[in-house]
Design a protein around this ligand. Structure first.
Ligand code: HEM
Length: 540
C-alpha cells in the first residue's frame, strides 16, 4: 500500500465516510412506508429490499400461522418489501381488530399492479377500493341489492340455477355410472347468479365460450392480486425493469375484461331499447331509476358482484362436496338427508322450499362448517388503518396495512377446540346423540372469519349462504355423493388448494359418483322445475 493509500484508507474521515455510506445503503434498503411499530413484535430474519417476502413463500397464510405458533405472538409486524404490515392470526384477536376497531380499519390499501394497471379503466371493485364517498355509495348500493329484503326478487333465479345444476349432473353422471368433476357446474351456478343480478343475463351451457372467458380472466386477475405473486407492488424498482412481463400480462387481462364487461352492458342497452330487459342492477341504473352513480361506479358494482362470487362460491361448495363424499363424510350426508326428510317428507317440497328459507339445521351446519374449514380467501382482503389503533400498548399509526389471517383464526384450537382442524358440521349443532332431532346452537355473534367482519365485511354474505344452502338441499336430496377411488378429493384445509398464490383458493380437481337416492322422485322434481323455470331469464 502506498503512503497515499495508507493516508486515505487509514484516516478516521475515510472510516466515517464508509460508515455513513453503509448506513445510508442500509436505510435505503430497509426503508418502509411506516416506521417500525414500537411494542409490536417483528418476525426476525427480514432481508434488505425484500423484507419478509421471500421467507413468506407462496402461502402467506400458512407461513404466518406457523410464525404465530413458533414465536407465540398472534399479532406481529412484517415487512413486505417497502411496506410494513401488521398480521393478526388468532380468532379472538381478528375479531377484536375487525369489530373493536371497525372505523379505524375501514380503508383498503392501493396496490400498484391491481389498482394502477388492471383497474385503471373500469374502476376498482368495492373490495379493493379505499374508503371515500364513492366507495361508500357503491357499498351501499351493493348492500341494498344483496340484502335479506331483496332475496324474494331472486327466487326465480335461485330456482332456475339450482335446477340447472341437478339437470346437468343427472344427464352427465349416467345414473351413477360415470364419475364426474363437480366444479364446472358450480362455477356456472355462481357466475350465472351474479350475471343475472347485474345484467339480467345468464348462460345455459357449462362450457359456454363467454362463461369460460369470464372465469379464465377472473381467475388470472385473482392470481395477480396476491402479495406472493406481485413483488413489484412492494419492491418498486421491479416495475421499471425492461420488458416487464407482469405489466404486459396485466394489460392484456384488462383488455379482455373490458371487452366482456362492455359486451354485457351493451347487451343490456339493446334489451332496454327493445323493451326486453330483465330487472337487474345495470338496467335500473341505465334507466336512471337509481341513485346518482356514475358509469364507472355502475361498472365497479357489477364487477364487484361478479368477481365477489364467482370463485368464492365454487371454492367453498366444491370443497364441501369433496368432504361430504369421503367415507367420514357419508355419515354427515346421511344425517343431512335424514334432517331434510324430517322437515320435508316429500322431496318435491324440499325442492320447492329450497330457496325461500334456510330451515334445515343440519344443512345450515354444513354451510357454516364449509365456510369455516375451507377458508377460500385465506388472508381475507387487506385493510388499512385510517386512524391510530392502540394495540396492547403499541400504537399502530394511520395508513398501516393490516392483514387478517382468516385461515389461521378459523383453525384456532383455542377458539374451536382440539377438533379445529377437522371438517365437522356437528360442531354447530346441539347434542346429536341417537334419536335426538337436530338443532342449531344459538348464534354467538361472529361464527367464523371467512366473510371478514366489521365495516368492510363481505357484502354478499346472505346471498352466499343462500346459494350454498339451496344447491346443497337439492343435490343431497337427489344423490348420495361418493368420492372416486382413483381421483379422490383432497380434504386438507391447506392442501386442497392447488394455487397457493391466488387471492381465492382453487380446489384441486377430483371426481365423485352420484348415486340416485330416489330416481323417480328426482325426475319428477326436475320435470316440475323445468316447467316452472322455462320462461325465466330467456333472451328474447
Ligand atoms: C363463500 C362465498 C364468499 C366468501 C368466502 C367471501 C369472502 C369475502 C371476504 C373475506 C371479504 C373481505 C371482508 C373483510 O375485509 O372483512 C369479502 C368482501 C366482499 N364480498 Fe364476499 N365472499 C363471498 C361471496 C360473495 C358474493 C356472492 C358476493 C356478491 C354477489 C360478494 C361480494 C363482496 C363484496 C362487494 C365485498 C367488498 C366489501 C367491501 O370492501 O366493503 N361476496 N368477501
Amino acid at each position: 500500500m502506498s503512503v497515499l493509500d495508507e493516508f486515505v484508507f487509514g484516516s478516521p474521515l475515510y472510516t466515517a465516510g464508509a460508515c455513513l455510506i453503509a448506513f445510508l445503503i442500509y436505510k435505503a434498503t430497509t426503508y418502509t412506508d411506516i416506521p417500525h411499530i414500537k411494542g409490536l413484535p417483528e418476525i426476525p430474519g427480514a432481508w434488505p429490499i425484500v423484507g419478509h417476502l421471500l421467507k413468506l413463500g407462496e402461502d402467506h397464510a400458512t407461513t404466518c400461522e406457523k410464525w404465530w405458533r413458533q414465536y407465540d405472538h398472534s399479532v406481529f409486524q412484517i415487512r413486505l418489501g417497502n411496506t410494513r404490515a401488521v398480521v393478526v392470526n388468532s380468532f379472538e384477536d381478528a375479531r377484536k381488530m375487525l369489530v373493536g376497531h371497525q372505523s379505524a380499519l375501514i380503508d383498503r390499501p392501493k396496490l400498484y399492479t391491481f389498482h394502477g394497471v388492471i383497474s385503471s379503466t373500469q374502476g376498482f371493485t368495492i373490495g379493493s377500493s379505499p374508503w371515500d364517498d364513492s366507495c361508500k355509495n357503491r357499498r351501499k348500493a351493493a348492500g341494498t341489492a344483496l340484502g335479506r329484503s331483496m332475496m324474494r326478487g331472486y327466487f326465480p333465479m335461485l330456482d332456475l340455477e339450482s335446477y340447472c345444476i341437478v339437470r346437468d349432473l343427472e344427464r352427465d353422471s349416467n345414473n351413477g355410472a360415470t364419475e364426474i368433476s363437480i366444479r364446472p357446474y358450480i362455477q356456472r351456478y355462481a357466475l350465472n347468479t351474479t350475471l343475472t343480478l347485474c345484467y339480467g343475463i345468464r348462460m345455459d351451457t357449462v362450457y359456454d365460450t363467454l362463461l369460460r372467458e369470464i372465469l379464465h380472466v377472473g381467475s388470472a386477475i385473482s392470481l395477480l392480486r396476491s402479495a406472493s405473486e406481485n413483488y413489484q407492488d412492494y419492491i418498486p424498482v421491479l416495475r421499471y425493469l425492461p420488458n416487464n412481463k407482469k405489466n404486459a400480462y396485466s394489460k392484456e387481462l384488462r383488455g379482455r375484461r373490458d371487452a366482456y364487461l362492455n359486451l354485457l352492458l351493451d347487451k343490456v342497452r339493446v334489451m332496454i331499447d327493445k323493451g326486453t330487459d330483465k330487472p337487474c342492477i345495470s338496467a335500473a341504473i341505465l334507466k336512471d331509476q337509481e341513485t346518482k352513480l356514475t358509469g364507472v361506479e355502475v361498472s365497479s358494482i357489477c364487477l364487484s358482484l361478479v368477481s365477489g362470487g364467482f370463485e368464492t362460491i365454487p371454492g367453498t361448495l366444491t370443497s364441501c362436496i369433496g368432504s361430504l363424499a369421503t367415507p367420514e363424510g357419508q355419515i354427515f350426508q346421511e344425517r343431512a338427508y335424514q334432517d331434510i326428510k324430517q322437515h320435508y317428507p316429500n322431496t318435491e317440497d324440499a325442492w320447492t322450499n329450497s330457496y325461500q328459507e334456510e330451515k334445515v339445521p343440519y344443512l345450515n351446519a354444513i354451510v357454516k362448517e364449509a365456510g369455516r374449514y375451507y377458508t377460500v380467501s385465506s388472508m381475507s382482503l387487506p385493510r388499512k388503518t385510517v386512524t391510530e389503533v392502540m394495540w396492547n400498548g403499541a400504537r399502530i399509526p394511520p395508513k398501516t396495512m393490516v392483514l387478517i389471517n382468516a385461515q389461521a383464526g378459523n383453525h384456532d384450537t383455542d377458539h374451536f377446540g382440539p377438533t379445529a382442524n377437522k371438517f365437522d358440521p356437528e360442531r354447530w349443532l346441539e347434542d346429536t346423540s341417537e334419536g335426538s332431532t337436530f338443532a342449531e346452537k344459538p348464534s354467538q355473534g361472529l361464527a367464523h372469519l371467512s366473510f371478514g367482519a366489521g365495516a368492510r365485511a363481505c357484502s354478499g354474505q346472505i346471498m352466499a349462504q343462500r346459494l350454498l344452502y339451496s344447491s346443497l338441499i337439492r343435490i343431497i336430496s337427489s344423490y348420495r355423493i361418493v368420492a372416486s377411488e382413483s381421483e379422490p378429493p383432497n380434504t386438507d384445509y391447506i392442501d386442497y388448494n392447488q394455487f397457493k398464490t391466488a387471492l381465492v383458493a382453487i380446489p384441486r380437481d377430483f371426481k365423485v359418483k352420484l348415486i340416485p337416492r330416489d330416481k323417480e322422485g328426482t325426475e319428477a322434481c326436475l320435470a316440475s322445475a323445468k316447467a316452472r323455470t322455462s320462461e325465466f331469464y330467456k333472451e328474447e
